[in-house]
Design a protein around this ligand. Structure first.
Ligand code: SF4
Ligand code: SF4
Ligand code: FES
Length: 283
């Protein structure tokens, strides 16, 4: 943790450069804002100050910047954006620390691998589609009380807990060189359902992503979740599965929850190899 120098000179203003986009498929552009310095701001507060200001650094009228957020405590993952070139959560990005690294300005951009809805808000539905592809859940067949579940060994709990902290933020996907942006345009007259189906078809052919591989390993190691282990491994063998990972390890370097993604990927590699051999003998 960087210690803040209490005696360092504080700036009078903060320059904030924001990459804006008025809607899906529109040309992005940069806008500069100047806000009064206050101690202990986070990036979300900066965006709130910009909205209250209503003008850019030249004094021209400016619409509030659009962004997404939920929990404001690095749990929901919704506020993820690229801040001074690094993908991270805007609720936990402290301005005093950012100014220590770059005293001139804050630069805010939307994540690069997801379609922009507006300004800093992106469509992360492909991320959730990836989780659906690997059935990242514990199956239940009813909501009746069925008694206590199977006990988990301590060793298993210790292996699973770090993986269970994934907040579906998308940092690992934004940093992964194998996860390429997919952005489809709606065809004239295309219904919501048809557009959704076309998007899902495109998503399902592309790399599923390290977050989904890791969640597949989490649920395959769960006493009830393992009922779907074979189906998850089948999904990871398909095109866009584990073999699409180039092992560049960018994902693990940016995960805010420090999830051991490359360990999960290695584990998934071994599990899918065994699964394929087993299936081959069962033919
Ligand atoms: S290790 Fe695989 S998933 Fe992680 S960044 Fe590299 S290519 Fe992407
Ligand atoms: S694995 Fe880490 S970086 Fe990726 S979505 Fe989950 S929390 Fe975010
Ligand atoms: S608002 Fe939930 S992680 Fe930032």
């Amino acid at each position: 943790m960087i210690a803040l120098d209490e005696h360092a000179k504080r700036p009078e203003f903060i320059n904030v450069r924001v990459k804006r986009q008025d809607g899906p498929g529109k040309e992005p552009y940069w806008q500069l804002f100047k806000i009064d310095y206050e101690p202990e701001l986070n990036v979300i507060t900066v965006l709130q100050r910009i909205a209250a200001l209503g003008k850019d650094s030249d004094g021209k009228k400016a619409l509030p910047v659009c962004w997404d957020c939920g929990c404001l405590e690095e749990v929901c993952g919704a506020c993820t954006m690229v801040i001074n070139g690094r993908v991270r959560q805007s609720c936990s990005a402290l301005v005093d620390r950012l100014l220590q690294d770059n005293p001139d300005e804050l630069v805010l951009e939307p994540m690069s691998k997801f379609p922009v809805i507006r300004d800093l808000m992106v469509d992360r539905s492909r991320l959730f589609r990836g989780l659906k592809r690997v059935k990242a859940w514990v199956p239940v067949d009813s909501y009746y009380d069925m008694g206590a579940g199977e006990r988990q060994l301590r060793e298993m709990q210790e292996r699973n807990y770090p993986l269970s902290q994934c907040m579906s933020c998308g940092c690992c996907l934004d940093a992964c060189p194998q996860y390429n942006k997919i952005e489809l345009e709606r065809k004239p007259g295309e219904s919501d359902e048809d557009f959704e189906a076309r998007k899902n078809e495109a998503y399902d052919k592309a790399f599923v992503g390290p977050h989904a591989i890791s969640q597949a390993m989490l649920f395959n190691n769960h006493p009830t979740g393992k009922a779907l282990a074979g189906e998850r491994l089948d999904a990871l063998i398909e095109p866009g599965g584990i073999q699409a990972c180039g092992n560049a390890q960018n994902c693990v370097a940016v995960c805010p929850k420090e999830i051991p993604l490359t360990t999960s990927i290695a584990r998934a590699g071994r599990a899918t190899t065994l699964h394929t051999i087993r299936k081959w003998f069962e033919k």
